[in-house]
Design a protein around this ligand. Structure first.
Ligand SMILES: [Zn+2]
Length: 346
């Protein structure tokens, strides 16, 4: 039997009881940086981040991730709890985010992709952006052979016109009018889809080929660099920043064998523990992608918790190896307050 309007009533009850439910929101940041181009909406400006922290300080109980995990075990989750996390391990987490975290006395976890630490290179998605969107002069047509298939993109009149600005994320590029959605945008999104599931070495080779075909340097932009080995203990110094693992090479884990998945977790954990001299207990799945058959793997290799995506609140009973997180965009304080409040009342 189906009672009409029952869904509406349930939603209403859920909304009305939300302020009384014990739940937490784990926020997912990547970079604190003012970017002129940000296809994946990874950057939050220092000004906006400062407004987020001020709001959190006043209206929420901000916990460390390990503290939240402990509370989940004992079902003692407070109301309106928030945890901050940063993915990937950009150097701006130390130089731009940490001083603001200290100013507001707010803790956070930074998930580091250890294979990129100390490299004078960008994360692969940033390198692809630099090659395809930002290089002033590209050949009229762009070619790449991957796993035996040959792909071609005709850049035509956009070959000598880089996409210089545009904070619009990839998800909104489809709404650009014909004249603005360029062949460079198209080549970038196609290449991103093709490169993302590849094994690390295969992707490196493909990027090297693209760079050499287009005469682009492998050296990354200094403002896009990952943390160095010396910067990791500096970031972890004090009581506010916890370092977690984000694998070695940032693979799509579900596309890898179980051996590779385990290796990615174990090796990144081990190298972070060597640098920090203490256990690393939290993990974060690259792209939020979880292999359904390997959900317990983080626990098996010694992590207490693992974060994914999903935009939901965390309530007691959740699997600690599947902690959902919520994306944070480059919103000002008012917008951030509105969106966060909405998540808690959904
Ligand atoms: Zn990541």
């Amino acid at each position: 039997m189906r009672v009409r309007g029952l869904g509406r009533v349930k939603r209403y009850v859920r909304r009305m009881t939300a302020p009384f439910r014990s739940q937490a929101v784990i926020l997912m940041y990547h970079r604190i940086f003012e970017a002129s181009l940000d296809p994946w909406e990874l950057c939050v400006s220092p000004q906006n981040f400062s407004e987020h922290l001020e709001h959190l300080r006043r209206h929420y109980r901000v916990l460390t991730l390990p503290h939240l995990v402990r509370l989940l075990k004992t079902s003692e989750l407070p109301k309106r709890a928030v945890v901050l996390t940063f993915d990937d391990g950009y150097a701006d987490n130390l130089w731009n985010a940490k001083p603001l975290l200290e100013h507001f006395d707010i803790p956070a976890t930074v998930f580091v992709t250890t294979g990129y630490v100390g490299l004078n290179r960008e994360f692969w998605w940033d390198e692809l952006e630099r090659i395809v969107l930002l290089t002033p002069q590209l050949p009229k047509s762009l070619e790449l052979t991957l796993q035996g298939s040959r792909y071609t993109w005709e850049l035509a009149e956009w070959a000598d016109r880089p996409v210089i600005t545009g904070n619009m994320g990839v998800s909104e590029w489809g709404t650009l009018s014909n004249g603005k959605l360029t062949s460079r945008h198209k080549a970038y999104t196609d290449l991103h889809c093709l490169l993302r599931p590849l094994a690390h070495e295969e992707r490196r080779t493909a990027l090297a080929r693209l760079r050499s075909d287009m005469g682009v340097s492998g050296n990354g932009r200094s403002t896009y660099r990952p943390l160095t080995l010396e910067e990791i203990p500096k970031l972890a110094n004090g009581s506010l920043v916890e370092i977690g693992s984000h694998t070695v090479t940032h693979p799509v884990l579900s596309a890898q064998s179980m051996t590779i998945q385990r290796q990615e977790m174990v090796e990144s954990k081990r190298s972070l523990e060597k640098v920090l001299g203490r256990p690393v207990t939290t993990f974060c799945y690259p792209y939020g992608d979880v292999n359904k058959t390997a959900v317990e793997l983080p626990n098996e290799v010694g992590f207490d918790a693992a974060c994914t995506t999903g935009g939901r609140t965390v309530t007691s009973g959740v699997n600690p190896c599947l902690l959902p997180r919520t994306f944070v965009g480059n919103w000002n304080g008012e917008e951030f307050a509105k969106r966060l409040s909405k998540i808690f009342t959904q």
